[in-house]
Design a protein around this ligand. Structure first.
Ligand SMILES: Cc1ncc(COP(=O)(O)O)c(C=O)c1O
Length: 335
């Protein structure tokens, strides 16, 4: 099979490790026709104690929340999926990587009632560098406000990370690319700023870090939550509030946040430079803080890391992170 993806040896499917080539699905699977899947995106980083997964329990809490919203029974507990993520990384010999649990509605029946189609759960992991390109984390990206909006609350449940929701994100991303931008920012149906195609958004104005409040039009990002907590640790004032489109043009700093995008500065929006077009000091401070925690270079005071090396349980206990194998999933805070 020809693919540009970096392949790995193993994929986890319904409790078993199977070879990469065998992880295919039938074209009559419900998910192919109706987008019926839920998934997660998680990163692991190299630390002095070996690889560690950032906020594994919080990502899995959201995975199970997404499944609950779409009435999907995954057939596994969060602890089992956490253990499976770690086992898969070890089996593939991966340290720094991206981990993608995904549950799909398989082949059973077509028609909109998804229940006759069985739920199948997969986990894939692979090395994945900077999502928006090698320079993006340092220099920032050019973004536009999309002509596509996020859906209204009570249309698509945006707190769920579900495959079908990303049709909207793809429209945004394609339009941005066609017009020469790296990324798109969506407004909500109210006209206020919502989020990027696959990231949350923050701005800084007069030293205050501002992010749109969770209003039912965006995903509650785990990275967003990290940033709100790190900002509090660093004594940076924070506000989660309604953000007008024009506040993006007049901000001192703007950045995206997400597991894939990490903290990516935005240097222009709709071809208006953000301040002087260079990443600002608060962006850089938070970027450094997040990467240092993820890479074990500063104390993990919130217990965000799950260490992966064999014999890592002691390290997990010491850092306050819950052992992937033995303890229940933590509750993601909703900032
Ligand atoms: C639509 C959307 N918003 C926000 C985010 C950021 O979420 P997180 O920080 O949990 O990766 C993502 C990434 O998963 C996303 O797809």
């Amino acid at each position: 099979m020809k693919t540009d993806l970096p392949t790995t040896e193993w994929i986890w499917r319904n409790g078993k490790l199977i070879p990469w080539e065998d992880a295919s699905i039938h074209v009559m699977s419900h998910v192919v026709h109706y987008g019926s899947s839920v998934f997660e995106g998680i990163r692991s980083y190299e630390t002095p104690q070996g690889p560690a997964v950032l906020r594994l329990q919080d990502h899995l809490r959201r995975f199970f929340d997404s499944a609950r919203i779409y009435r999907m029974d995954l057939g596994y507990s969060p602890e089992e999926i956490a253990t499976a993520c770690i086992d898969l990384m070890r089996a593939n010999g991966l340290g720094e990587c991206y981990i993608r649990p995904v549950a799909i509605r398989g082949m059973g029946a077509l028609g909109l009632n998804p229940h006759p189609s069985p739920v199948e759960t997969y986990i894939i992991c692979w090395p994945w560098g900077a999502y928006l390109g090698a320079d993006a984390l340092e220099k920032g990206v050019d973004a536009c406000v999309s002509s596509w909006q996020r859906p209204s609350p009570n249309t698509y449940p945006t707190l769920a990370k579900a495959g079908g929701h990303y049709m909207n994100a793809q429209l945004m991303k394609m339009e941005a690319a066609a017009n020469g931008y790296a990324e798109a920012i969506a407004l909500s149906p109210s006209g206020l700023v919502s989020e990027g195609s696959g990231q949350n958004i923050f701005l800084v104005r007069n030293g205050v870090l501002v992010t749109p409040r969770l209003d039912g039009t965006m995903l509650s990002g785990v990275t967003r939550d990290c940033i709100l907590k790190l900002a509090a640790d660093e004594g940076i004032p924070v506000a989660a509030e309604g953000v007008a489109r024009e506040a993006l043009y007049t901000a001192d700093e703007v950045f995206f946040s997400g597991t894939a995008a990490e903290i990516t500065p935005v240097r222009s929006i709709d071809r208006i430079e953000v301040a002087d077009g260079k990443p600002g000091p608060i962006t850089l401070r938070l970027q450094k803080a997040l990467l240092e925690v993820a890479k074990g270079q500063r104390p993990d005071r919130h217990g965000w890391l799950t260490h992966v090396s064999p014999g890592a349980d002691q390290e997990n206990a010491r850092s306050g992170a819950e052992s992937s194998a033995a303890t229940p999933a933590g509750v993601a805070s909703r900032g």
